[in-house]
Design a protein around this ligand. Structure first.
Ligand code: ADP
Length: 269
C-alpha cells in the first residue's frame, strides 16, 4: 500500500510540476505579446508628434510662412514632450529587459530629495484640481541610497497616483519604522480590481477599465518600481479597493551614512 501511495504521490508531483511549467510558459508568452504590442504602438505613435513638429518648421524654412505662430509653437513644444515620454518608455523597456538594476549608493538626504522630486507634481496636481499632500520626516537625515532608483520609484508611484485619480487627493509620506525606510503613496482614485492586484507589477501589464483604459502608459512603471525596490534590498506592497483608492508602500532597509549628501543631478530621461 505504501508503494502505491508513493507512486500516486510521484504522479501528483509530476502533474503539479507540469501545470506550473505550463503556467510559466503562458506567462512568458503573455509578456512577449504585450511587449510586441507596446513596441509596435510606440513606433507608430512616434510619427504623429514628429509630423506636428516638422510641419510648421518646414513651412518656416521654405518661406511659406514668415514666422511660426505661438499656437504652432505650443503644439511643437507639447509634441516634443510627447516624444520625450515615448523615448523614455523605450529606455524603460531596455532597462527592464536587461534585468540589470543595480544600486549605486551615495550619501543622500532622502527627505530633501523626495521634496525636490515632488516639486513639479505640486503644480500639476493643483492644475488638475487635486491635492498632493506631503508628510516627509525631516529627521531621517543622510542615508546611503541610490538617488536614481529612488527617483524611479517616486516618479512612477506619484505619476500613477495622479494619473489614476480623477478627483481627490494623493498623499506621500516618508518615515522610518524599525530600521526600514518606509515610503507610502496613497490615493483616493480608481483603485485596482482584486484579480489584477498581483499582475499590475508584471511587465507591460495594464488594467483595462473604461476609466483607466485611455490613460497614457506603457505598463512598465510598477515593474520598474518593484525592480528598483528589490535592487535596494526592499519590496513593495499594494493595498487597494476598487472605487476607493490605492496605497503603495515601499520598504527598504535603512543604511545611515556619515558622508555629506550629493547634489541632485539634472533631470534624466
Ligand atoms: P502604466 O501606468 O504605464 O499602465 P504601470 O506598470 O505603472 O503602467 O501600472 C500598471 C497598471 O496598474 C496601470 O495600467 C493601471 O491600470 C494600474 N495602476 C497603477 N497605479 C495605479 C493607481 N495608483 N490607481 C489605480 N490603478 C493603478
Amino acid at each position: 500500500l505504501g508503494l502505491v501511495a508513493d507512486q500516486v504521490g510521484q504522479m501528483l508531483g509530476l502533474a503539479t510540476a507540469r501545470a506550473e511549467e505550463q503556467a510559466r510558459v503562458e506567462a512568458l508568452a503573455a509578456i512577449d505579446a504585450a511587449k510586441s504590442s507596446f513596441l509596435s504602438s510606440v513606433s507608430h505613435e512616434l510619427r504623429t508628434p514628429l509630423t506636428l513638429i516638422l510641419g510648421p518648421l518646414e513651412d518656416a524654412l521654405n518661406g511659406r510662412v514668415a514666422t511660426i505662430e505661438r499656437d504652432d509653437l505650443e503644439v511643437m513644444h507639447a509634441s516634443a514632450h510627447r516624444l520625450l515620454r515615448l523615448v523614455g518608455g523605450l529606455l524603460d523597456v531596455a532597462r527592464v529587459e536587461s534585468d540589470t538594476l543595480v544600486a549605486v549608493r551615495e550619501p543622500t538626504d532622502v527627505a530633501e530629495l523626495t521634496a525636490d522630486l515632488l516639486g513639479p507634481f505640486l503644480a500639476a496636481a493643483s492644475r488638475a484640481g487635486m491635492h498632493l499632500d506631503r508628510d516627509l520626516d525631516p529627521d531621517i537625515g543622510v542615508i546611503d541610497l541610490d538617488p536614481e532608483l529612488w527617483e524611479k520609484i517616486l516618479l512612477n508611484l506619484v505619476g500613477n497616483a495622479l494619473k489614476y485619480t480623477h478627483e481627490g487627493s494623493v498623499t506621500v509620506s516618508l518615515t522610518v519604522a524599525d530600521s526600514d525606510l518606509v515610503l507610502t503613496v496613497a490615493d483616493t482614485g480608481l483603485g485596482i480590481p482584486e484579480p489584477e492586484v498581483d499582475r499590475v507589477f508584471d511587465r507591460f501589464h495594464r488594467v483595462r477599465t473604461p476609466e483607466s483604459g485611455y490613460a497614457e502608459g506603457t505598463g512598465l512603471g510598477l515593474a520598474l518600481v518593484a525592480d528598483a525596490a528589490a535592487a535596494l534590498g526592499g519590496w513593495v506592497q499594494l493595498v487597494t479597493q476598487l472605487g476607493a483608492g490605492s496605497s503603495f508602500t515601499v520598504v527598504v532597509p535603512l543604511r545611515p551614512s556619515t558622508g555629506a549628501p550629493h547634489q541632485l543631478p539634472p533631470t534624466r530621461l
